[in-house]
Ligand binder design. Structure first.
Ligand SMILES: Cc1cc2nc3c(=O)[nH]c(=O)nc-3n(C[C@H](O)[C@H](O)[C@H](O)COP(=O)(O)OP(=O)(O)OC[C@H]3O[C@@H](n4cnc5c(N)ncnc54)[C@H](O)[C@@H]3O)c2cc1C
Ligand code: HEM
Length: 363
């Protein structure tokens, strides 16, 4: 019924989104302040997120951890329990308004029931969280490594616990308030609490271009809710392969730092790819690590640099030239296209999918 009823309005998604926000902001003007200033680009963001959640979570039990984390994370938007009813009501009204006569009361009920189950899990997650909704962090260093890439360090004002390989969300408070994007710390948790980030500015990307081109030492940013499961299993004795594209190197370096603290027995191979050699922005440090730890080897590749002295081609193809890989744990991170291509190659090489963890930076 959920899918059937959504298909009645799907074609007019943009108008449904417009109506949904108008309904919400007219009845509760205070809610407007929770959303970014410019909503044109991401008009359908929240609406799509809720519709996808409601439709894909036929078995909410399976998504319990995800929904709890999402609810916990929503605290950074200043969402409080009362907002859930307003949003759920506006969603159903917007769909009803555009579905016309084909809409039936049974659809109202189906959406209300599914939304209530999901909202309850998100609220339970938010309620159980002992952490603050977000942390303030001071920018300690900021270094441009290429026209589009910056490496910067941040000191959270309160301790922020996370695991190597996880990501957290950032608001560039001074430049793009209320816009949050996820970034992966490039270091394992340290005693001094500092976090290093590697960010590539994507064209006119709202948050990434502010972090690369505007952020200054001394600025305060907000950080929230560590999430993700691309973490090390300390019990695994298998050798490991890390495949990173561009700033996808950040979580890989975090995992490597953790390995340097205890690994004696596992061979670790890093494949680091980018379009041009200029984009291999952290090679000096990777080479330093490889020189220091005998279990670590690094292969670099450029896809669009015909005179590059290392490997040439897409990183997925480069990985396939080495191997065999069927006894290894894999960790893959980078742009959507790079991750997709690498997963396809690994499947062709018969690497069991349970041994592959990945974070895709794009759709
Ligand atoms: C789990 C996870 C971890 C991440 N970790 C990192 C990290 O450590 N470092 C890092 O640099 N990024 C990381 N990202 C990506 C980051 O979260 C943002 O998506 C990215 O910085 C773009 O945000 P933006 O606000 O600048 O762009 P938006 O304002 O969201 O998009 C602006 C424009 O850029 C276009 N665009 C979006 N993505 C791409 C793309 N890949 N290529 C070309 N154009 C694009 C959009 O279509 C849009 O027109 C991570 C993402 C995820 C999901
Ligand atoms: C079933 C309930 C809900 C679900 C499944 C849900 C899901 C999501 C998801 C997945 C995102 C991230 C979207 C992205 O980054 O692309 C998001 C963003 C957001 N959500 Fe929710 N949400 C719910 C309820 C609410 C409620 C009740 C509020 C309160 C107003 C709210 C406010 C926001 C805001 C402000 C954003 C950021 C939007 C933006 O950047 O444009 N959400 N939501």
């Amino acid at each position: 019924m959920l899918k059937e009823s959504w298909s009645l309005v799907e074609e007019h998604q943009d108008k449904v989104a417009g109506y949904f926000y108008a309904r919400m902001f007219l009845s509760h003007p205070d809610l407007r302040d929770l959303f970014p200033v410019h909503m044109d680009l991401q008009r359908t963001r929240l609406l799509n997120a809720i519709v996808t959640a409601v439709q894909t979570m036929e078995d909410p039990e399976r998504f319990d951890d995800y929904l709890r984390a999402l609810g916990r994370d929503h605290r950074k938007f200043h969402v409080v329990p009362e907002h859930y009813e307003v949003v759920g009501g506006a969603l159903i009204e917007a769909m009803r308004a555009f579905a016309g006569e084909q809409w039936g009361v049974e659809y109202d009920q189906a959406w209300a029931d599914a939304y209530a189950v999901i909202a309850a899990r998100m609220l339970a997650g938010a309620d159980a969280d002992q952490n603050p909704p977000y942390w303030y962090g001071e920018v300690l260093t900021h270094e441009r490594r290429s026209p589009d890439i910056a490496v910067f360090t941040v000191l959270p004002l309160q301790p922020l616990e996370y695991r190597a390989g996880q990501y957290l969300s950032i608001e560039a408070t001074r430049y793009q308030p209320r816009l949050w994007r996820t970034y992966s710390p490039a270091n394992a948790p340290r005693r001094d609490n500092t976090l290093e980030f590697h960010v590539r500015a994507l064209g006119a990307g709202w948050v990434s271009s502010a972090l690369v081109r505007k952020l200054r030492v001394g600025d305060m940013i907000k950080l929230a809710a560590p999430m993700g499961s691309m973490t090390l299993d300390r019990r695994s004795t298998r050798d490991a392969v890390f495949v990173a594209g561009g700033t996808g190197l950040a979580p890989v370096k975090s995992l490597l730092e953790e390995l340097t603290r205890y690994n004696r027995t596992r061979w670790v191979h890093v494949f680091f790819g980018a379009r041009t050699r200029e984009d291999l922005y952290d090679l000096a440090d990777l080479n330093r690590l490889a020189a220091r730890y005998p279990w670590l080897s690094v292969v670099t590749a450029c896809s669009d640099d015909p005179t590059f002295p290392g490997e040439r081609g897409a990183i997925a193809d480069v990985v396939a030239r080495y191997g065999p890989w069927n006894e290894h744990d894999f960790f893959v991170s980078g742009s959507g296209g790079m991750v997709k291509a690498t997963l396809k190659t690994l499947a062709e090489l018969q690497v069991p999918s349970v041994r592959v963890k990945y974070d895709s930076f794009g759709d």
